[in-house]
Design a protein around this ligand. Sequence first.
Ligand code: MG
Length: 248
Amino acid sequence: MMTRCVIAVWLLAIGAAYAQKSEGPQPPVVDPGGPGKPPSDAIVLFNGRDNSGWTRMDGSPSRCTVADGVMTCKTGALDTQSTEKFRDAQIHVEFNLPSEPEMRGQGRANSGIVLQNRYEIQILDSYHNETYANGSCGALYGQSAPLVNANRPPGEWQSYDITFHAPSCAADGSVATPGSLTLLFNGVLIQDHVPVRGRKCVADAGPLVLQDHSQSVGRKIGTATGVTEGAPDTTMKFRNIWMRRLSQ
Ligand code: MG
């Protein structure tokens, strides 16, 4: 009797397992790509050949230059935005910072990736360069410090892999649900599904912005104690920028 019960329960368990396995559609097939090659369903934001898909914030042509698969944005290029707009997205971007040993804190190779032109993921040379934690490289600027400092030295290519969900807005313009950010920096988890908050809730999609901090564009950076001059000219390099939409 006991043996029959055990067998019956076992058969029911097997049946339930098979029933679970048979539910739901198959996921779409995606070629995952590899180094320098985006997944097959990604939107390529920077094609490595020219500035198509990028402008200044006023819509005029980008002042960044392109050669050998690299977009180079020098001080004075001003902020550069993607023509592609998004809300929720997986984003990959690689960047290379100049060496500015004479500068410290926020003054040393400062740029940023601004999601929807609202939420900045800080780009800064934080390799042996301390500043306030929620303004260091990989910080959701002013909101969330990175879990660890995973910086490579300036001059080496580094990567951000971003999973971003925009805040959702209530009818009265308040935030119904905060957004979220998960960020891998050089493959290391440094933002673990942290909330993303804005001063006001904006439901519209927005561009990806490559930030130009410089004294010549009127956004002079506060430098470390004892450093009286403004931020130096900075040459930022970017490559392999792509996005996968997680919503329309
Ligand atoms: Mg910045």
